[in-house]
Design a protein around this ligand. Structure first.
Ligand SMILES: Nc1nc2c(c(=O)[nH]1)N[C@H]1C(S)=C(S)[C@@H](COP(=O)(O)O)O[C@H]1N2
Ligand SMILES: [Mo]
Length: 292
């Protein structure tokens, strides 16, 4: 996304107030819920299959067919379903053979001097921060995970569009661990103090996830429902190969229910929070929510 584009749009839109943002989210939620209900009615209950995938299993390769917990959703009361489907409709998937390298479109927070071997993912806002450490470069205590830890989590892949807000879209196959699987292993605190219940109690979790590049230059905020959407992946593979450095290695976010701007490359930090996180492109006049 170019700076020129920013200048054009910055004058059109003042920074969003929280109230405006919440209104937008509510409006979209209603629409999403209706669309979601229609989609799940035809799609069946693939969610449950997805949740029990073994790492590297053949089924785990099939996230492209991701479907929805239709029956269960209708049994649950509407309020909970609404929370669950807040942004719950699946993004369309494509045949694997249509996948290609997406346009190179990111510069912010991706300096060339970067040592992937020294990289670790920093986690903040976890329920259990007892293993947190500080480093010379980063004095804030965080739980730090090497890429091998993430590769050991259940794996899925999906073939979806990467949609840039500039108007282009490329079909890409992404492989990695569903964010929901990651969250279950490194959970945030719940308000009730009870274990995380992604099926029924998203309201018991922190409302947001904040992600940043290691240098903090690019950052996005996600609502928790979009973060645990089954098509939201922490990716280390692109089109069946190791994710290249110029597309965000060692780890990037693929979140096809959002525009490209939210698909943060080179994740350095993941933090759970109840305060709406700052967001690079929202600060420059784009919709904070950035769903489509
Ligand atoms: N760190 C970082 N991630 C980023 C961006 C960026 O500037 N820096 N740009 C976003 C935008 S606007 C798009 S469209 C996609 C492009 O991903 P690609 O370069 O792999 O096609 O990355 C997203 N993630
Ligand atoms: Mo973009």
């Amino acid at each position: 996304m170019s700076e020129r584009k920013v200048e054009r749009t910055a004058s059109q839109s003042e920074a969003l107030t929280d109230e405006e943002a919440e209104r937008q989210i509510r409006r979209k939620s209603r629409r999403s819920f209706l669309l979601g209900a229609v989609t799940v009615a035809v799609a069946g209950s693939g969610w449950w299959k997805l949740r029990s995938l073994a790492p590297g299993s053949k089924e785990a390769q099939d996230l492209g067919d991701v479907a929805w917990p239709f029956r269960r959703a209708l049994e649950t009361n509407e309020k909970l379903s609404r929370a669950y489907f807040r942004d719950g409709r699946p993004a369309p998937t494509f045949p694997r053979k249509e996948a290609k390298e997406p346009r190179l479109n990111a510069q912010v927070g991706l300096p060339e001097e970067f040592d992937p071997a020294a990289w670790k993912l920093s986690l903040l806002g976890l329920k259990d921060m007892s293993a947190a450490t500080a480093t010379d470069e980063d004095p804030t205590p965080a739980v730090r995970l090497p890429i091998e830890a993430i590769k050991a989590f259940p794996k899925a892949d999906m073939t979806v569009e990467l949609k840039c807000i500039e108007g282009w879209a490329d079909v890409v196959n992404w492989g990695g661990t569903p964010f929901a699987e990651f969250l279950k292993r490194y959970p945030p605190p719940t308000k009730s103090g009870k274990p995380v219940d992604l099926d029924n109690r998203l309201d018991d979790l922190p409302q947001y996830v904040a992600l940043e590049t290691p240098d903090g230059e690019y950052y996005v905020g996600l609502d928790i429902a979009s973060a645990v959407h089954p098509q939201t992946l922490l990716c280390y593979e692109m089109n069946g190969e190791d994710l290249p450095l110029n597309h965000g290695a060692p780890l990037r976010l693929a979140i096809p229910v959002k525009y490209g701007i939210k698909n943060l490359q080179r994740i350095g930090t993941i933090r759970y929070t109840d305060e709406r996180p700052k967001d690079y492109w929202a600060e420059r006049g784009y919709d904070w929510y950035a769903g489509h």
